[in-house]
Design a protein around this ligand. Structure first.
Ligand code: GDP
Length: 372
């Protein structure tokens, strides 16, 4: 039963991703398999079912919650005769839409080409079919090879370009001197930008969509006469495509080089525990998991979903929990300093600010031991 809940949550997230990318979801299909089919990911019966549904209802795209192998993608597309997107492709598409600066665009473009390269044949067979209709010869192997080479060249060009920018950014970071640097980290859509705005009184783009922030924003924040730098970073997500982790290296460097991490959690989200795990997983991948951290549980004002059981404080059942009650939950017993807030209503801000101040001060003192 718990698996069933989890499955629905994953599908909710995928639907939210699809919505963020600009699609409306018509229907969900799920299937339990001990392991994915190597040829078509799902079983042939299920594939048939989806194919019929797609035909009947004139559906334009089928989205899968996992990354499909190039051959799975090709086989599914052939079998269902509809455009297939996998999770990676969907996330890359959102990133592409969101990339506004040339730096972010370069990062996304690199990730997209890396995704595309092993899937090139698929694209060509697809074109071949279309071209065949109007009597044109489909591209042969040599043309695919030429195309691969062009893409490879483009990839190394983009990598060089990123390297240059990375160097510039590293210099910029060094020039920031010995001011303490804190980075907001967290799952996508948890309220990092909102918190950033509230703390720095700046206007960072906040929106109820995934990945509103692709570029890092750095702001100077002063709490009780103590100045420090605060960075807002790209949101993390379950199964973040590896291509993106790689090409967003420099964005993630902000996290890697921060002195203090402020881990923001959306406590109103049913899967917030999974989100914490995903974030910790990525922190581990980029080797930033041993830094001082503050846990900020956000959105304590928002309990929009139903309470099933009176005295159960599980994520899906809480409602109108008081601050005191929060402080008695397991979340408050983490090894890190923990605080419960609402970035929207600014509830409990003084306590959070005091906590950040204390942690920043600790780092500041370790750096300037002889100053008062
Ligand atoms: P980010 O992706 O982590 O930067 O998240 P954003 O700051 O863009 O916020 C995502 C959504 O959550 C926006 O619609 C915010 O208005 C909303 N939000 C942020 N903080 C709170 C909060 O404390 N309470 C409620 N109810 N909503 C919040």
């Amino acid at each position: 039963h718990q698996d069933e809940d989890k499955l629905q949550e994953y599908m909710d997230e995928l639907e939210f991703l699809a919505y963020t990318a600009g699609a409306t979801v018509d229907r969900r299909f799920t299937q339990k398999l001990t392991q994915p089919d190597s040829k078509t990911f799902i079983g042939s019966g299920k594939a048939q079912e989806i194919r019929d549904y797609v035909k009947e209802n004139e559906i334009g795209t089928v989205i899968f919650d996992d990354e499909l192998s190039p051959s799975q993608l090709k086989n599914l597309e052939r079998e269902m005769e509809v455009k297939i997107l996998d999770r990676t492709n969907l996330i890359l598409d959102i990133f592409a839409q969101r990339a506004t600066t040339s730096y972010a665009r370069t990062q996304v473009e690199l990730a997209q080409y890396q995704y595309l390269l092993p899937r090139l044949t698929r694209m060509w067979t697809h074109l071949e079919r279309q071209k065949g209709g109007i009597g044109m010869r489909g591209p042969g192997e040599t043309e695919i090879e030429t195309d691969r080479r062009i893409i490879r060249d483009r990839i190394s060009l983009l990598k060089d370009k990123l390297k240059t920018i990375d160097k510039q950014m590293a210099t910029q970071r060094n020039n920031r001197g010995k001011v303490v640097r804190a980075a907001l980290v967290g799952y996508t859509n948890v309220g990092k930008s909102t918190l950033m705005n509230a703390l720095s009184k700046s206007e960072v783009f906040a929106e109820n969509k995934l990945f509103a922030t692709l570029d890092t924003t750095v702001r100077k924040v002063v709490i009780g006469n103590l100045p420090f730098l605060l960075t807002d970073t790209v949101g993390f997500i379950r199964k973040l495509p590896t291509q993106l982790v790689e090409s967003f290296k420099s964005t993630l460097d902000e996290v890697r080089e921060a002195d203090l991490l402020i881990h923001v959690v959306d406590i109103s989200h049913e899967s917030f525990e999974d989100h914490i795990d995903s974030v910790n997983q990525i922190l581990m991948e980029i080797n930033a998991h041993q830094k001082p951290m503050i846990m900020v549980f956000n959105k304590i004002d928002d309990f929009s979903y139903e309470k099933k059981d009176e005295d159960d404080l599980t994520p899906s059942t809480r409602k109108n929990v008081s601050l005191e009650e929060w402080k008695n939950t397991w979340m408050a017993k983490s090894k890190y300093p923990t605080v419960f807030i609402s970035a929207l209503t600014k509830e409990n801000f003084p306590e959070m600010k005091k906590m950040i101040y204390d942690e920043v001060m600790k780092i500041h003192i370790s750096r300037f031991p002889y100053n008062d």
